[in-house]
Write a protein that binds this ligand. Sequence first.
Ligand code: ADP
Length: 328
Amino acid sequence: MDSARRELLRPYVAQFAHLFVTEPTGGEPQAIDLSTTGTTRITLVALGILALAGFASWLTATQLVRPIRALTAATKRTAEGDRTARVDGGAGEIGELAKSFNAMSEKLAETERQRQAMVSDVAHELRTPLGNITGWLEATQDGLAEPDPHLIDMLLEESLLLQRLVDDLHDLAQADAGTLRLHPEPIALDDVVDQVVNAQQNREILLRAETAPVHISADPVRLRQALGNLVANAVRYTPPGGEVVVKLFQEQDNAILEVTDTGTGIAPDDLPHVFDRFWRADKSRSRRTGGSGLGLAITRHLVEAHGGTVSVTSTLGAGSTFRISLPL
Ligand code: ADP
């Protein structure tokens, strides 16, 4: 049966292959005998592979470990208060991490600068009215000034200035902390415009409103404050005989409030800074020509808290237009 099967399958199966292993006759099997050239070659190849492996490990170490060490050192310096620490991380994921770290350091340095500037600005703002109040009170105590109604008026003016500054700072602190509470309700924006325009009527400047009926949901007190700041500025920076117009209209899905004046205008270089805290075009900080420099910063916060935006266009010597856009 077995041989019959083999016979049958033979045409389909390959021929046998014979493998012969021979050993030298008489004695132990010999070790392979390599020539000196062969041994040297093998040693050199082995050393080459070792060197390559070493180089590869060194490369990985420098590529990976060095930037990580640099990052660790920079993080420690930042934690110790050094805001100038930056890292050069190269390419790849570590490079991305280094870039993020540098961006964070940059932001921290900027925040620190702003904080220092803010403290020094607040101190500067408080010094003048407080100095005036102290000076007048000392003069009265020494009998050099009479505590007459005129003096009381002056003292009251200084104290109101302080009060306004502290209120503004409080609003900004609340906005920063995210605790500025809005009490939105359905309101007619034209009523808000009328109230602001009536409150700021001025004998020297023509202040008028051009409104259309627009209804939105907003905090009326905060909106009056935001628009009031713009109108107060427009009146303050417009010489007698000038004109200030407050327009209210609807544009697509937004309510637009525009305050246009024929005042001093703002230089193109100054425009990006007008909404910064304590920024004033007139650096002399004279109270006759300006307020605390917080009004526009507060307006921007209040408008943004309502989900809106505020922007400005201006021509030096011709006038400015501040524009609030609120979602309907
Ligand atoms: P301030 O209390 O000094 O008015 P604001 O934050 O309200 O502070 O305004 C910042 C600065 O922007 C002002 O000091 C002024 O230089 C400039 N500014 C604001 N509104 C106007 C305007 N309508 N016309 C010209 N300059 C303006």
